[in-house]
Design a protein around this ligand. Structure first.
Ligand code: WTA
Length: 645
């Protein structure tokens, strides 16, 4: 008997596919629709201005202030919802609801105004992961000032360079932070720095525990000002969509870091949308992003993205393995974290301590995991999936950069796209026209390695390099005509999944932190003992990559273990402890071309034991022999380290 069975030809397609298609086929309509999701003081007239390409500008004529979307708009519906949970190494904690955060930001904004900070002024923020960091950022943004946050692990020289490049007027800092039970004196670093920065008028100091020494003329104590101030409301500045929101410095291929800057409108919308699309945040979620706010990951996915979405974030001021390697899992359990976002380096670090530390905790609140900052190796992926994800949670492997403002390639659970392949980042987000090009600027075939490129502008893209428009064009829009060049190797498969393979330029990723080899070389040669140096990156099982330096000493200096230590210390003092060396070796000469250019490629090949390739341009073959000896020494050292473990 013929029975009417419920067969169906049509099937449910996740919104991702449709949205992606629309975004590229009808961009104008698509962006207008997307932009409705945030609030504008007055609407924009034009979606995208390409007249001054590659200086693309989004949402022309629109007035919008990112803090209105991050704070004011939630007051009615989410005033009592927790915006920020905070905890430190000692287990001290604080939480701020949306209305408390709103009040704090308003009062802070008033202080900034009283100190003479105006729209467009640059403010350098040097704070650890304490609640006053997002408060200070939002306060700047509220009055239209431009913040430049410097990671609190950076040392004096890095602070000086960043203040001077941006011509910052005000510095915001605090007395200290604790790192592995030790006090790090942050104010002291600022004291040293501001003696070399003519533009700084005042230093606003947030006191933490005990009394601190103040410079009467220059320093103002935050607590003094806030004590005298009652409730204050500061209306958000009517910023243009194209007004700068912040500068964030990142390393490139020259010795000088680049001041990447982003704007209220495009960056605001992009971080809002990508947070929603990728992390699929719901009202009951607690989002724990383990990054520091001193990096773009924290700017976009602790502060601006989640807060614009009215989400609850957890900030932890400390490292994952102190006091014990289960600190993060303890926090996940305590705060019922649902979405957890971290770096492959952190996963590999925790992996080494063994599964027992994870097993001690109930992580059943988690529903989504994320990875960012560097490619995740299969071993780390599996450990993360099995132990943290209970062998069932999706891991979004989000590829993006300081320059892209927000996530570009990833699975998008918020758009129903859970398609995952371990070690692949996934498909481009709506609006992201990504491809892989070969050296000739032609798209590669599936499975053929090339460079990832983005073929049209997107709202979150950098607005430029602060004070250096030439460098913006040269770095990002010169390798291939008319397309954005991120500087990463990539490959695509038959399904259109992207796999990002690592940097294609002289930039290292040490524990996920970007650092230019030239930056390290410049510091080395500023030391009186050093004549020349070549720095390369080599793979490291935990940090992904570490630096190796070949150093030529000046006459009168002899190689010694002590000098080696001194030079390593010197670099770390200048650039900060993010620079980790796998080795520093003394040589009598470096491989160079006949025109005198150091051939880092040769240094890298020899040290990492790869074939040399073409060396016909080498000026002097004996430099290679010397390096080969070092390579032997080096592999012996690595072997003995392995044997010790
Ligand atoms: C790398 C961090 C592979 C890449 C958000 C990029 C990644 C650089 C991933 C940007 C990932 C970031 N898989 N590689 N999921 N995420 N990268 O500016 O080399 O600190 O160019 O931004 O990190 O580093 P940045």
């Amino acid at each position: 008997m013929a029975e009417n069975l419920p067969f169906e030809e049509r099937y449910y397609q996740p919104p991702y596919k449709q949205l992606y298609k629309e975004s590229l086929e009808e961009p104008e309509k698509f962006w207008r629709k997307m932009a409705e999701e945030i609030e504008w003081f007055s609407p924009f007239q034009k979606v995208l201005d390409e007249s001054n390409a590659p200086f693309y500008r989004w949402f022309i004529g629109g007035k919008v202030n990112i803090t209105y979307n991050a704070l004011d708009r939630h007051l009615k519906t989410k005033g009592n919802k927790v915006a920020i949970y905070w905890e430190n190494e000692k287990g001290e904690s604080r939480s701020l609801t949306y209305s408390q955060l709103y009040n704090e930001v308003n009062r802070f904004a008033k202080i900034l105004q009283d100190l003479g900070v105006q729209k467009g002024d640059r403010v350098l923020i040097y704070l650890p992961l304490m609640p006053e960091l997002p408060i200070a950022m939002l306060a700047c943004a509220r009055i239209g000032a431009i913040h430049s946050v410097v990671f609190s692990g950076f040392s004096t020289q890095a602070v000086v360079d960043r203040i001077n490049d941006a011509k910052a007027k005000l510095v915001i800092t605090t007395s200290n932070t604790m790192r592995r039970g030790k006090r790090v004196e942050l104010k002291r670093i600022i004291d040293e720095a501001v003696s070399q920065t003519p533009t700084v008028e005042k230093v606003l100091v947030i006191k933490r525990d005990e009394e601190i020494e103040l410079n009467e003329e220059r320093d103002v104590l935050y607590q003094d000002l806030i004590k005298r101030m009652g409730y204050k409301k500061v209306e958000p500045e009517m910023t243009d969509a194209t007004d700068p929101l912040f500068i964030l410095y990142t390393s490139g291929t020259t010795g000088k870091p680049k001041g990447i800057y982003h704007l209220h409108g495009g960056y605001g919308l992009w971080t809002y949308l990508t947070t929603k699309w990728v992390f699929d945040l719901r009202d009951e979620d607690v989002f724990f992003n383990t990054a520091d706010i001193g990096w773009i990951t924290g700017h976009s996915y602790i502060v601006y993205g989640p807060l614009q979405n009215g989400a609850t974030v957890l900030m932890y001021e400390g490292v994952p393995d102190y006091p014990n390697p289960d600190k993060w899992w303890e926090l996940v359990e305590k705060y019922n974290v649902t979405v957890f976002y971290t770096s492959p380096t952190a996963v590999r670090t925790l992996m080494r301590y063994g599964e027992e530390w994870v097993k001690k905790h109930d992580l059943s609140s988690l529903r989504l995991l994320g990875s960012v900052g560097e490619p995740i190796n299969p071993e780390a992926w599996r450990w993360y999936f099995k132990n943290v994800g209970r062998s069932q949670l999706p891991i979004v492997d989000t590829w993006w950069q300081t320059e892209t403002g927000g996530i570009m390639i990833s699975a998008t659970p918020g758009l129903g796209n859970y398609m995952l392949k371990p070690s692949a980042n996934g498909l481009p987000l709506p609006g992201v026209d990504a491809d892989v090009f070969n050296d000739e600027g032609k798209p590669t075939k599936p499975r053929e390695k090339g460079y990832i490129v983005i073929k049209r502008p997107w709202p979150g893209m950098l607005a430029g390099v602060w004070g250096d428009p030439e460098r913006y064009i040269k770095t990002y829009f010169s390798k291939f005509q008319g397309v954005y060049y991120p500087g990463d190797y990539a490959v695509k498969d038959e399904d259109g999944f992207f796999y990002i393979l690592g940097r294609a330029d002289e930039v290292l990723k040490i524990a996920g932190h970007r650092i230019g080899t030239r930056e390290i070389e410049d510091v080395l040669i500023s030391h009186p003992a050093v004549a020349e140096s070549a720095v390369i990156g080599i793979p490291d099982p935990v940090r992904g990559e570490v630096a190796v330096a070949a150093v030529v000493l000046k006459q009168g200096y002899q190689p010694s273990d002590e000098l080696r230590k001194t030079l390593i210390e010197y670099v770390r003092n200048n650039l900060g402890p993010i620079v980790v060396f796998g080795g520093l070796y003394f040589v009598s000469k470096l491989p160079k071309t006949r025109s005198g250019k150091i051939m880092r490629r040769v240094v890298r090949s020899v040290i990492s034991g790869q074939t040399l390739g073409d060396t016909t341009t080498l000026e002097d073959e004996t430099s290679v022999e010397e390096l080969k000896k070092i390579a032997e020494e080096f592999s012996k050292e690595i072997q003995s380290q392995k044997n010790q473990q």
